[in-house]
Design a protein around this ligand. Structure first.
Ligand code: NAG
Ligand code: NAG
Ligand code: NAG
Length: 349
């Protein structure tokens, strides 16, 4: 009996968190304070969720929780910003139309946005026993390559994928390129970040090299972190649901190729990428990762004392666009002047 209690306490210390929560759309515009700070407009359109202190420039020293007055995320203490590029549909006449987003499964009433996961172990592992370190204030990272146009280039980044949603809740197979057929309920992109941190740098010049994938195996197989990046962090994953349904009835390219392109022109899908700027208040994220009751959120609020917002509260936190331009009508070029590309442009260095 006593032994069981002790064991229970030991497991309590390692936590049992796999949180899945949603953040509604904050704004869709051409800004990227991580890759091109100070540039308004930035090269291509992004869709952003999280705290409303999101801005053209965001210094790492900035207290995002202190400067935001609301967040579009379900956790009221999460003022982080999460963003990706947006999809456009390319019509047969060569014009482009932005593909709207949908609230994900269980968040259908959300205004677009991103579903976030922070995991200790593989998503299918119910135990979630590993001890993981939360990201620190000022931490940011990027994953993917906007210039990738081949499978080999995309394969350097594990697990940036597409799922052709034949049903709304389908989650496999995951593809590395755009699906090349009509997807009945839309297309889901899933973006998983690396999980080994160098333990020192909150950022790096390419916004990636302070993080690493496990040295062998994968996060899912509990592969060890390399000596250069010894700190195992939680796995951050984004899910974005693109509402491609309205475009299934329009004429598609006669050669059977996919008509969806990223906002910077990639028509292959190999340049899927994502940005993260940490902005949790205090130690809220570590509290969640150490909790027992945060497994799929069931008792998370009760155990951690962290407040959860309703979807309607989340939907209320939006931001005016700072870059005033047409991103939504049928456009002759993608905002920023991009055209669809299916191979690398000669001008990419
Ligand atoms: C964005 O930055 C500008 C310039 O520093 C500032 O005036 C503005 O208040 C900021 N907006 C938000 C939402 O923080
Ligand atoms: C181009 O095609 C789209 C989709 O069929 C249509 O809505 C749009 O009006 C067309 N634009 C022009 C200039 O023909
Ligand atoms: C949540 O808390 C209730 C009441 O304390 C408990 O009965 C239940 O097992 C908990 N659920 C989980 C998944 O921990």
């Amino acid at each position: 009996m006593r032994c069981e209690i002790l064991l229970a306490l030991m497991f309590a210390a390692s936590g049992n968190a796999l949180v899945r929560f949603h953040c509604s759309q904050l704004v869709i515009e051409r800004l990227d304070p991580l890759v091109t700070p100070g540039m308004a407009p930035s090269p291509h359109v992004h869709q952003i969720v999280g705290g409303n202190s999101f801005n053209t420039t965001m210094e790492a020293e900035k207290d995002m929780a202190g400067e935001s007055t609301c967040t579009s995320c379900q956790f009221a203490d999460d003022f982080s910003n999460y963003w990706t590029a947006v999809l456009y549909f390319r019509a047969q006449n060569g014009t482009y139309k932005r593909v709207p987003q949908l609230g994900n499964n269980q968040f259908q009433t959300a205004n677009g946005g991103i579903t976030l996961y922070y995991m200790q172990d593989a998503i299918y592992d119910p135990a979630q026993k590993s001890k993981v370190t939360a990201f620190q204030p000022g931490f940011r990272m990027f994953i993917g390559d906007v210039q990738a146009r081949t499978l080999a280039e995309a394969a350097r980044y594990r697990q940036l994928t597409y799922t052709c949603l034949d049903t709304f809740t389908l989650r496999s197979p995951e593809l590395i390129a755009f699906p090349n057929r009509k997807c009945k309920e839309g297309i889901m992109t899933s973006l998983r970040f690396p999980t080994c941190w160098d333990g020192k740098n909150l950022d790096s010049p390419n916004h990636m090299s302070h993080m690493s994938y496990p040295e062998s195996g994968t996060f899912e197989s509990s592969g060890p972190c390399p000596a250069t990046h010894p700190v195992r962090t939680g796995q951050l994953m984004y899910e974005v649901v693109w509402d491609t349904k309205p475009f299934n009835d329009l004429p598609w390219p006669e050669d059977g190729s996919n008509p969806f392109v990223w906002s910077f022109g990639d028509g292959t899908g190999y340049a899927n990428h994502a940005d993260y700027v940490f902005g949790w208040k205090g130690d809220a994220l570590q509290k969640i990762l150490d909790a027992q009751g945060c497994h799929f959120m069931t008792n998370c609020s009760k155990e951690t004392g962290l407040k959860l917002q309703s979807v309607s509260e989340m939907n209320k936190c939006t931001q005016e666009r700072k870059v005033d331009e047409d991103i939504d009508s049928w456009l002759t070029a993608l905002p920023g002047g991009w055209q669809a590309q299916y191979a690398r442009r000669a001008s990419w260095r």
